[in-house]
Design a protein around this ligand. Structure first.
Ligand SMILES: [Zn+2]
Length: 230
């Protein structure tokens, strides 16, 4: 069931304190209108009672779509928490959850994202039946192939479901500082399928799992890491 709770917040523009109801969890299969609202960036948005300005509150949110078997935990890096902290608490929560499951039930595959844009992207990506790890690997390849033109420290890549076609997977280049969308890069679906075959033959725990051990998958950060090590 979707769940909302009252929070005490201060407006980032005028400082006015107010009580607002924010979503902790969303069950998209039970309330498809909440899925719509989320994809339109209307979930956990607040209009200030003082200055009237609108802003989104970054707080943890669990997204579930049982019908499509999609489970995503959005855990933003707020309150001084690092990526390592978030990954560690995610691992602990997963272990606890899986400990409660009967032995014959396969553990849930829950995705971890830390940015709002990643949450939206991951929903579209999983609904399109794509493999999140492989998509991050493809982003990694794009950074490598476009070295110089696509600086990974400043430019993000987001899968764009709406503009993808039967032949091409579409990715949008986003400036991380200004959030502006600047360019579009395509990746042939045939190449995606070929890579999927290679990695499937490679098996669980193969090269792809080695490159992205998880739980947080990010081709951009992986590329930056590898660059720094070279
Ligand atoms: Zn305000």
């Amino acid at each position: 069931m979707s769940h909302k709770r009252t929070h005490e917040i201060a407006c980032p523009f005028c400082g006015r304190e107010q009580r607002v109801d924010l979503w902790d969890s969303i069950c998209a299969d039970e309330q498809p209108e909440l899925r719509e609202a989320l994809l339109l960036n209307r979930v956990n948005r607040v209009e200030c009672a003082g200055c009237g300005k609108s802003f989104r509150i970054d707080k943890p949110l669990v997204y579930r779509d049982g019908r499509r078997n999609i489970f995503i935990h959005f855990d933003p890096l707020i309150g001084g928490r690092t990526l390592a902290d978030v990954e560690e608490s995610f691992r602990q929560a997963q272990a606890e959850l899986n400990g409660l499951l009967p032995a014959d039930v396969a553990p849930l595959q829950v995705h971890l994202v830390v940015e709002w844009s990643e949450l939206i992207e991951r929903i579209f990506l999983l609904e399109a039946g794509l493999d999140a790890r492989l998509v991050e690997h493809i982003k990694y390849l794009m950074y490598r192939q476009n070295a110089g033109k696509l600086p990974a420290d400043r430019k993000g890549l987001l899968f764009d479901a709406q503009d993808s076609t039967v032949d091409q997977l579409c990715f949008v280049v986003q400036d991380r500082a200004t959030r502006k969308l600047e360019a579009v890069l395509n990746f042939a679906r045939a190449d995606y399928a070929a890579l999927a075959n290679v990695f499937q033959a490679d098996g669980q725990g193969g090269l792809l799992a080695e490159q992205f051990p998880g739980p947080y998958l990010n081709g951009r950060l992986r590329f930056l890491q590898d660059q720094a090590e070279q």
